[in-house]
Write a protein of this length. Structure first.
Length: 698
């Protein structure tokens, strides 16, 4: 079946399982029964119009002597793909846009001329088979007064900071051109030179040239450009000098000083979440629209000047593949995350699937070789290649995911494709856990990847789904993409509240839900028109060329991922208020819209975990209402709880409140001393709030 990304989203939403009223569970049955009993009829589905069902104070009971489950140590991780300029124009440090001139086969995109220069693409002077085009500069009109050259504005600007060293490099060859070339970072209008260096001589053969550019006491800014220019029109005898360029690059300092590395501020935001794994390389980006635009890992390794790049047609822009397989693995290493490697499984978004059997075998082999590149010793073919690429030590790998959202392959081929991959992977790597992305019949996957993109109300209505999921088989759950899609470009407080409600459910059930990751992770917010810097709304972290910020949902997640302990405690509750929600009508086969029955949805969500080492209990409470919510908390099975603890609170005045590049810290968690705690106490939870209470129990 042919399917594009927009259609896929539509299908995803249309096919979403109808919302059912949260059912009763071991740990929360009393809460939900009480919630249903207390339901009032005059509530609405508007997030800010909810009202408690009665004046009785809800009771949360924590049974400190009953461990309901272990918290999966890998519960919170990251999902990533090239979407919304996540790497190029995002995490990947490169500042030059279209550095290899391959973004468009006929036009020189994102490059301008300065002085009287003329430029064009030239396929007659390729650098190599991968970078098989170059930029031809005619310097004939260059003069001392009017240097001629090329200029690049970067990804919506080139960020400049004071006293900072940038590394510029390019390949060039000249004809009737002796040099010199001046490399500058200058203001976009050319009025201010912020850093400058000179390459004195250009060879008649392709050579790589490298310079460092160091800024002085400049103001941080992003309205800048990189310019390479000359005052020399040509040699003494031939005043028509020509220079060809390829792989023109500018790197700022990177996280952990990695060559070809990542942007430090974004890496720090991720590091602060303490993520345990990275799911890569996609998402739709793994699949591409066609077999030949899939993430073809072999084209993403080795010298960046020999990587051909490819059209990221899932999201509509060129990728140089500077962020390749080894870069993903280095990213894991830098943040101490384990890789969750998704392998291409013979299904592209707009292409017929590859039939299981001999036709699929090359893709199975490609996946096995990819696993060998990641994990193999240097005595293996692909392990040796990884060593040659700079990383002799194999990476630890436990999880391999076969495809992405393969339920969209309506041919039903996934069962056969999964079986072929599963058998081959298990035969060669019996220790690996294999993740399926759709239901299978022939093989029981170790893990199944489930995706949820929902409104706040849907997230809340589903927050207890996993309480009822059968624990019968061996298959664990990986919630490999999820988000409350409220707010753009990044989620607002309503999004954070929906997420937090959902996370209480995943955490409570993390014997089953062993991994989860929000998606998408990143968005470049520089140009929010359709098809520009954002392809998908509601992304966890936003940035422009210079600055970055975490959304309220980012902070909600950080609160959960840094306070989860290792044991889920049994809980119970009474008197949880609810609101009435009308789930949206979905079209049936005849096109008629049928409104499903209304539902009672809790307005308060909670979960209790414990750090078995210290005894600290983490009680997470989400109040989605616009009014303060007093709650009685009763802890049984603990000898005592110290009267003082810590409350980390994320709250807003309105569910629409949000963070942005201009106001990056409008909504951030605040840790405060909490007193009056004990085995039995009442605490008021603020309107629109997410709280982690740290209780020191004995
Ligand atoms: O996260 C955005 C997209 O949503 C992913 O690429 C895809 O897997 C899903 O449909």
């Amino acid at each position: 079946m042919k399917i594009n990304s927009t259609l896929r989203l539509t299908l995803l939403l249309t096919l979403a399982v109808p919302v059912v009223a949260p059912a009763q569970t071991d740990t929360n049955n009393a809460a939900l029964a009480a919630a249903a009993a207390n339901a009032v009829s005059e509530t609405t589905n508007a997030p800010d119009a909810t009202a408690p069902a009665s004046n009785a104070i809800p009771v949360l009971q924590i049974k400190a002597d009953q461990v309901a489950a272990k918290v999966s140590p890998t519960l919170y991780g990251l999902m990533t793909e090239e979407i919304n300029y996540s790497y190029e124009g995002g995490l990947y440090g490169e500042l030059v846009r279209n550095r290899s001139f391959k973004a468009n086969p006929t036009n020189v995109l994102f490059w301008n001329t300065v002085g009287g220069a003329a430029i064009c693409l030239d396929t007659n002077q390729p650098l190599n088979a991968a970078l098989n085009v170059s930029l031809k500069l005619d310097a004939t009109k260059a003069s001392e007064k009017s240097p001629a050259g090329i200029a690049n504005d970067g990804y919506w600007g080139i960020p400049v900071r004071p006293s900072t060293t940038y590394h510029a490099s390019f390949y060039a060859r000249g004809k009737h051109f002796p040099g010199a070339l001046t490399v500058r970072i200058e203001s976009a209008d050319g009025q201010k030179v912020l850093a400058s260096a000179t390459v004195p001589k250009i060879s008649g053969q392709w050579r790589k040239y490298e310079v460092t550019l160091t800024t002085g006491a400049v103001e941080p800014s992003k309205e800048n450009r990189l310019v390479i220019s000359t005052v020399t029109p040509g040699t003494f005898f031939h005043k028509h000098g020509t220079v060809w360029f390829q792989q023109v690059s500018l790197f700022p300092p990177t996280y952990a000083d990695r060559a070809n590395g990542n942007r430090p501020d974004l890496m720090q935001l991720l590091a602060d979440m303490h993520p345990k794994f990275l799911r890569f390389p996609g998402g739709n980006y793994l699949e591409g629209n066609f077999l030949w635009t899939r993430f073809n890992w072999k084209n993403t390794i080795g010298d960046v000047a020999r990587r051909p790049g490819h059209q990221d047609d899932a999201w509509g822009y060129w990728s140089t593949d500077g962020m390749g397989l080894l870069e993903f693995l280095n990213w894991c290493e830098d943040l101490k995350m384990e890789p969750v490697l998704a392998v291409f499984a013979g299904y592209a978004l707009r292409h017929d699937y590859v039939k299981p059997g001999p036709d699929l075998e090359p893709y199975v082999q490609e996946a096995l070789e990819e696993i060998e590149y990641v994990t193999g010793g240097t005595n293996t073919v692909w392990g040796a290649r990884r060593a040659q690429d700079g990383h002799p030590v194999p990476f630890a790998l436990r999880y391999v995911e076969v495809g992405n959202e393969d339920e969209f392959d309506r041919s039903g081929s996934y069962d056969g494709r999964f079986t072929q991959f599963y058998d081959a992977i298990k035969a060669k790597y019996p220790g690996l856990q294999v993740i399926a992305t759709a239901k299978t019949k022939t093989r029981e996957p170790d893990v199944i990847d489930e995706h949820y993109y929902r409104s706040q109300e849907e997230m809340e209505a589903h927050a207890h789904d996993y309480d009822q999921r059968s624990r019968g088989g061996k298959t664990k759950v990986f919630v490999g993409e999820w988000a409350t899609r409220v707010g753009s470009p990044t989620p607002n407080m309503a999004g954070a509240l929906g997420d937090a409600a959902w996370m209480t459910g995943m955490e409570r059930n993390s014997d089953l839900v062993i991994m989860s990751c929000y998606a998408p992770l990143f968005v470049n917010v520089s140009d929010l028109g359709k098809g520009r810097s954002m392809q998908w709304k509601t992304d966890l972290i936003g940035y422009n060329a210079l600055n970055s910020y975490g959304s309220p949902a980012y902070y909600a997640q950080k609160m959960f991922s840094t306070h989860h302990g290792d044991e889920v405690l049994a809980t119970d509750s009474q008197g949880i208020p609810t609101y009435t929600w009308q789930p949206p009508a979905r079209r049936n086969r005849d096109g008629a819209a049928q409104p499903p029955p209304k539902q009672e949805v809790p307005t308060l969500f909670f979960n209790a975990t414990r750090d078995s080492g210290s005894g600290t209990i983490y009680l997470k409470v989400v109040n989605r209402q616009g009014t303060p919510q007093p709650v009685k908390i009763a802890i049984s099975g603990a000898t005592a709880v110290e009267p003082e603890g810590t409350a980390t609170v994320l709250k807003a005045n309105s569910p629409n409140d949000t963070n942005s590049v201009q106001e990056p810290a409008k909504i951030v968690p605040v840790a405060e001393k909490a007193d009056g705690l004990g085995t039995d106490f009442t605490r008021e939870f603020p309107p629109y709030s997410i709280t982690v209470l740290e209780l020191k129990a004995k």
